[in-house]
Design a binder for this molecule. Structure first.
Ligand SMILES: [Fe+2]
Length: 348
């Protein structure tokens, strides 16, 4: 391994002179620019739901959803404070919408996912269609689709937001528009996209209009049943338990081009082996109790907790009860660029 070049007065004087011409010596930064393995500033981190929930409810008394546009507490990686990022490429937050509130309609080039954590009765509208949100539902608002949220129900509704904000900022490709009214016009009845795309069938003349799935809600009841069916077939991976990825039914690929999402059932007393991959991953506990070891840290999680495993950290899950973990990462983007790597003991 090459060592860092020695500093000496002659070299330092040279660096100062060339700095006036916007030049810098590569050999001083080469090791940082081209690390031997991923060197993310992100660290493993864990947010207990009961703590975040109480602050989120307090924020509900401070500001309305309409004034905030989105009333969200950002889950900011402690290794990257001030960046609004949970991993180097992803943003995550917990959003609260109180009964009677509306989060006004807008669209942006950032892609977003919602994973419903608590409460029923709220809806998300995406490009002219509403879907009622239930705990455990996975909902997407793809790049440049109009979206708004409302809660005509009687209880607070909270969900996890995941967006590719840092990735879009990196590419300097962010655009945003507000809809002229608070809520967008409804063009189709609720359930329309589920009927057209949600049953392993497609409209006869279907051609994809974008890189994102035309199905924008994946109800938890169906997801949970699929995991149970898998369990009955005994197909349990030593690292991941029973793990599935959410798919675009029209392509078989990921639901959105920048963010992949996954769900896994860890049977009671599951003791997973450690593995790692280059996609820093955000986990949300849907059900159950257990722990995850991420490099040197162990997080004893409970339902609705959120934790993050940075790129190339060793991750091992254990479950004391049957447990379900939802997760998301930038895996589709890394795979599209030929960068994604995994190190799994089962493959060695
Ligand atoms: Fe948005």
């Amino acid at each position: 391994m090459a060592t860092h070049p020695q500093s000496n007065p002659k070299r330092r004087e040279f660096y100062e002179r060339i700095a006036h011409h916007d030049l810098a010596p590569l050999w001083e930064v080469l090791g940082t620019l081209v690390p031997q393995s991923p060197a993310t500033p992100g660290v493993p981190a864990w947010w207990r739901y009961r703590d975040v929930r109480s602050y989120l409810m307090e924020s509900g008394e401070l500001i309305s959803a309409a004034e905030a546009e989105r009333r969200v507490l950002i889950l900011e990686n402690p290794g990257m404070r001030g960046s609004s990022s949970i991993t180097h490429s992803l943003y995550a937050g917990l959003q609260l919408i109180l009964p009677g509130e509306i989060a006004p309609s807008h669209r942006h080039t950032q892609s977003a996912l919602r994973f419903v954590v608590e409460g029923t009765g709220a809806y998300t509208a995406v490009d002219g269609e509403r879907v009622t949100m239930q705990p455990g539902d996975f909902i997407i608002t793809p790049s440049w689709t109009w979206h708004d949220h409302g809660n005509p129900g009687s209880e607070p509704v909270i969900w996890l937001d995941g967006l590719d904000i840092p990735m879009v900022a990196f590419f300097d490709s962010g655009f945003m528009e507000r809809y002229p009214e608070a809520t967008q016009a409804i063009a189709r009845a609720e359930g329309d996209s589920q009927a057209r795309y949600g049953a392993n069938l497609l409209p006869l003349d279907y051609t994809p209009q974008s890189l994102a799935t035309p199905l924008f809600c994946y109800p938890y009841a169906r997801t949970r049943e699929a995991l149970e069916q898998l369990r009955r077939r005994g197909d349990c991976h030593p690292c991941h338990g029973l793990k599935l990825q959410y798919a675009n039914p029209a392509s078989g690929g990921y639901p959105m081009p920048t963010i992949g999402a996954f769900v896994q059932l860890l049977p009671q007393n599951f003791r997973g082996k450690a593995c790692r991959s280059t996609d820093g991953t955000v986990y949300c506990v849907v059900e159950g109790r257990g722990r995850s070891r991420i490099d040197a840290q162990t997080f004893e999680w409970d339902a609705n907790d959120v934790f993050v495993a940075p790129s190339w950290s060793k991750v091992a899950h254990e479950a004391d009860t049957d447990a379900v973990l939802f997760s998301f990462s930038d895996r589709p983007a890394q795979k599209a660029l030929g960068l994604w790597r995994e190190q799994c003991p089962c493959a060695e």
